[in-house]
Design a protein around this ligand. Structure first.
Ligand SMILES: [Zn+2]
Ligand SMILES: [Zn+2]
Length: 227
């Protein structure tokens, strides 16, 4: 999981309506109203602290990068599985809040209830936060892990507890699949911020589908190399 503050949308570009409604609807993108509703009840806990193990900003409202009120979407928060296949995307309307990963986790746990490894560059902070807000039985089904390259931004104690290389049953999975997706989607930043929201969602979904098919194809290629 991770947030991307490049995939913004300008308020002046409009929403789009009627026949121009998003074709793909909620294939990857969650319904914005559900996300807003969840976040509005989620609250802001300024006491949860990221600075105790890394140099990230403190607080539940983390890494707030909103530069202008001219944006109605400030970025995308997304998740991929270990095969780099996109799972769920949310449009962000704030800075990066722990409410976004909490929303994705809650949705994923509705279908996937055991041995879930959650890789997030501040998984340590998310875990500490969820211990206060989430049912402990549910939380016990999840392992939290900081992706391999991001773990160097955390102190040694955190690396030993949450670093990917110290997380059992993750093998050499680097947890950086979401960064590979952002790298691919970067090419769409400039055009999607000028589109209507519906068209933006369609184009990004087409891009996510392409990324999905490429990831599935690469899985086959890797397998045939092993044989
Ligand atoms: Zn940490
Ligand atoms: Zn997968």
């Amino acid at each position: 999981m991770d947030g991307n503050f490049g995939l913004v949308h300008k308020t002046s570009s409009g929403v789009g309506h009627g026949q121009l409604a998003s074709r793909h609807k909620n294939l990857f993108f969650e319904d914005q109203e559900n996300v807003k509703e969840f976040l509005s009840h989620y609250g802001i806990d300024k006491k949860s602290n990221t600075s105790e193990c890394s140099n990230f900003q403190a607080g539940n409202v983390i890494r707030s990068k909103i530069k202008t009120k001219k944006l109605d979407i400030t970025g995308v928060f997304g998740s991929v599985c270990k095969h780099d296949i996109p799972v769920m995307m949310l449009d962000m309307t704030h800075g990066e809040r722990l409410g976004y990963p909490a929303y994705i986790l809650k949705k994923v746990l509705q279908n996937h209830t055991s041995n879930l490894v959650v890789m997030y560059d501040i998984a340590c902070t998310l875990h500490r936060h969820l211990k206060k807000t989430m049912d402990s039985d549910v939380l016990r089904q999840c392992t939290f892990s900081v992706p391999v390259f991001h773990s160097f931004a955390h102190n040694v104690t955190c690396q030993l507890e949450y670093g990917q290389r110290f997380t059992s049953a993750t093998g050499l999975t680097d947890g950086e699949g979401i960064e590979r997706l952002w790298s691919y989607l970067r090419g769409f930043n400039k055009i999607t911020k000028e589109m209507s929201i519906n068209n933006r969602q369609d184009l990004l979904t087409d891009a996510l589908l392409h990324h999905t098919f490429k990831a599935i194809h690469n899985l086959g290629m890797q397998k045939s190399k092993c044989n």
